[in-house]
Design a protein around this ligand. Structure first.
Ligand code: ZN
Length: 190
């Protein structure tokens, strides 16, 4: 079923029903969608990635997207890629989504957690993932998998026993529509 349409009609369809509604998204879709929503916060003009760290109780403990470090002004630091001096391109400055999700965690640690991320982690993020105790990586795209950076990530994950697998979404899109829920016609709670 088209999830958009389903969401639009959910208050009508669910009225007076005794069973749970059927169109809800599952945990994996929810966590990957959360990573994608976080990516929308990125100011990077050419590359938006989000990450979501989840514990084994399905609780989100960290969310991040790629961005400049705290205190490093988005408008003053460079976002370019192929500049004559490396100091004028973004690479030396930007914090990747995985790093931000892990460092900004709201739990004591992320041991045995799962990280959901749009793009397969680079070697630097792979190190942080391993050192933080995360044991599973769920990614959507591995488009750069042939590059040394990502081959190195897999070599480290394999050695460290970090499981990784590609997420295949059941729905092409999950639309967040602020006017999509018909509050007026929803059954009142007693
Ligand atoms: Zn990275």
């Amino acid at each position: 079923m088209d999830l958009t349409e389903e969401t639009k009609n959910m208050s009508i369809n669910d009225q007076n029903l005794q069973t749970k509604r059927s169109g809800y998204i599952d945990w994996q879709e929810y966590f990957m969608a959360t990573a994608f929503l976080a990516a929308k916060r990125s100011k990077d003009p050419s590359f938006q990635v989000g990450a979501c760290v989840v514990n084994r109780d399905n609780k989100i403990v960290g969310i991040g997207y790629n961005g400049m470090p705290i205190g490093c002004d988005d408008d003053e630091f460079p976002w370019g890629k192929n500049t004559p001096s490396p100091l004028d391109s973004k690479y030396l400055y930007v914090c990747h989504a995985e790093m931000n999700a892990i460092v900004n965690k709201n739990s004591a640690d992320v041991k045995d957690c799962i990280i959901y991320v749009g793009l397969f982690p680079c070697n630097e993020c792979a190190k942080i993932i391993i050192q933080s105790g995360i044991t599973e990586v769920v990614y959507l795209s591995d488009k750069n998998g042939h590059k040394p950076t990502y081959i190195a990530s897999k070599r480290m994950f394999d050695a460290a026993g970090v499981k990784y697998w590609q997420f295949k979404p059941k729905n092409d899109k999950i639309v967040i529509n602020f006017t999509g829920i018909d509050w007026e016609n929803m059954s009142p709670s007693k």
